[in-house]
Design a protein around this ligand. Structure first.
Ligand code: ADP
Length: 469
């Protein structure tokens, strides 16, 4: 079976969030299961070609659209191919607020189609991810008339790729595709909507998220369209790369460890606190790692911080995102001796925080899948989550032992307000005070398999579905 996996970011080459982790791990596991997977992503200027040993392919081509010529250089590193289009991807950030984002990823889609023809002629599956690769579904079904099965995974419905309809001409998309059943969206063009229309199967990043995106509350104005397409919708939980996120082999942590609780885990906490200028390692350490964005429920954290500052706890926040939150968190933590904030993206520090933390805060407004809670559980850090999307699917609420065999356990709350969040913190304090129970819980979570080996099978069945064997 030959699968072309198209994505806009892959760890370690370029990463802004969970999509990069998934795009790195899932193809790896599929390869182990005998699937021939080739991944493709844009060659952003931020990618260090030397460091990652990218090799230039001995062919190149041009995409010509609406009298514009886009020269494409192709690089590769093992099974990952990179499409270099200087005028479109030599930018400061991967997505940014660039006015020509529609052209950037539209041309990328054409280039992927061209590359796909040069690499093979008989793809079984095109696996697309999010709006950045969405146009490929249209091109494959119409212009290229490919027989490959098209699968689209939605990692976050909030990002749809919506552009003025004039882009249809720039990208030479026929106006016959500008209908309410295809690309048209409030008189604009919506890449993700088009991809849902043209794909054979649509996957949401967790079963719960597959349900939520059919509701007005979480459907981001596509809920009725998704309900109309629910016959081809399913939810498959993302996993984490257990060889990458493993405290026993993690090169970034202060001291590697297997057991939790353990002296080694405590060693990590002590050194993390020291590095960030915090005292009192005997106190519970609450951590947050992620995008400082509305979606992540960071308002609840921000509002609760003054109360948390008065508790016998430590708090570490690592993240960046929306300017308002970056600034608010940076200034908020300055006045408190038990709160440390680092604004930015820092892979090494993130690993140290997972290893040193006692509780991970994830009060997300919505969460398609979420990887942080799974990473935290693997590192012996208890997740405190709002019951939504993949968080609801991966973290069962703490109740009496024995803990559920197949699921992680944490502190789960429902309502999206500061009070419910603070009640959850108090529950965490009570749990931490009972060191035996806390120890049993982190031990249980550490044993939970959040890896891809089983979850990739769900994709594998989808790839094979309807196939005559
Ligand atoms: P998202 O919605 O941002 O994709 P996920 O939970 O799916 O969120 O994945 C987040 C991934 O990004 C995890 O690997 C997490 O550790 C990492 N991450 C997020 N923010 C940061 C940061 N500021 N520094 C380092 N790693 C981060």
């Amino acid at each position: 079976m030959k699968v072309l996996f198209v994505t806009s970011e892959i760890y370690p080459f370029a990463k802004t969030g969970g999509l990069a982790d998934v795009s790195s791990a899932l193809p790896k596991y599929l390869l182990q299961k005998g699937v021939e997977v080739i991944s493709v992503m844009p060659l952003y200027s931020a990618i260090d070609r030397e460091k990652y040993g990218l090799k230039k392919c001995d062919f190149s081509f041009e995409v010509v659209l609406n009298h514009h010529i886009y020269p494409c250089e192709i690089y590769h590193q093992g099974n990952v191919y990179f499409i270099g289009i200087h005028s479109l991807f030599d930018r400061d950030s991967l997505y940014g607020e660039y006015e020509d984002n529609g052209v950037r990823f539209g041309v990328f889609a054409y280039a992927v189609m061209e590359l796909s023809q040069r690499l093979h002629h008989s793809w079984d599956v095109l696996h697309l991810n999010d709006w950045q690769s969405a146009l490929i579904a249209y091109l494959a079904k119409t212009r290229y008339k490919m027989e490959a099965k098209i699968i689209l995974t939605i990692h976050n419905l909030a990002f749809q790729g919506i552009f003025p309809k004039e882009l249809l001409d720039d990208l030479e998309i026929g106006w016959d595709a500008f209908t309410m059943h295809r690309f048209e969206f409030f008189d604009k063009i919506n890449f993700l909507k088009g991809a849902i229309a043209y794909s054979d199967h649509v996957v949401a990043a967790s079963p719960q998220y597959a349900k939520e995106i059919q509701t007005v509350q979480f459907g981001c104005r596509l809920d009725s369209f998704i309900r109309n397409n629910r016959h081809k919708l399913s939810g498959i939980l993302n996993g984490i790369d257990t060889s990458e996120f493993d405290p026993q082999n993690d090169p970034y942590v202060f001291q590697k460890y297997y057991d939790v609780p353990s002296e080694e885990k405590t060693f990590n906490k002590i050194h993390l606190l020291k590095e960030l200028g915090l005292d009192h390692p005997e106190r519970p350490l609450f951590v947050f790692i992620g995008r400082l964005a509305w979606q992540k429920g960071v308002s609840a954290i921000l509002e609760a911080l003054p109360a948390m500052a008065k508790m016998q706890i430590n708090v570490i926040i690592l993240g960046s995102g929306e300017r308002y939150y970056d600034e608010s968190f940076a200034s908020m933590s300055q006045g408190y001796s038990n709160i440390a904030t680092r604004i930015g993206y820092d892979e090494a520090l993130a690993r140290k925080i997972y290893a040193g933390g006692d509780f991970l805060l994830m009060p997300s407004v919505y969460e398609p899948c979420g990887l942080n809670q799974m990473i935290a559980m693997a590192y012996g850090c208890v997740p405190i989550v709002r019951s939504t999307g993949g968080l609801a699917d991966t973290v069962a609420p703490l109740c009496d032992e024995p803990f559920p065999l197949e699921s992680g356990v944490g502190i789960v709350f429902d309502e999206l307000d500061r009070y419910s969040f603070l009640v959850a913190i108090c529950q965490a304090l009570a749990l931490y005070a009972n060191s035996e129970r806390y120890g049993a819980l982190i031990q249980h979570n550490r044993r939970i398999d959040s890896g891809w080996s089983v979850r990739a099978d769900a994709y594998l069945s989808l790839y094979h579905e309807g196939e005559i064997r």
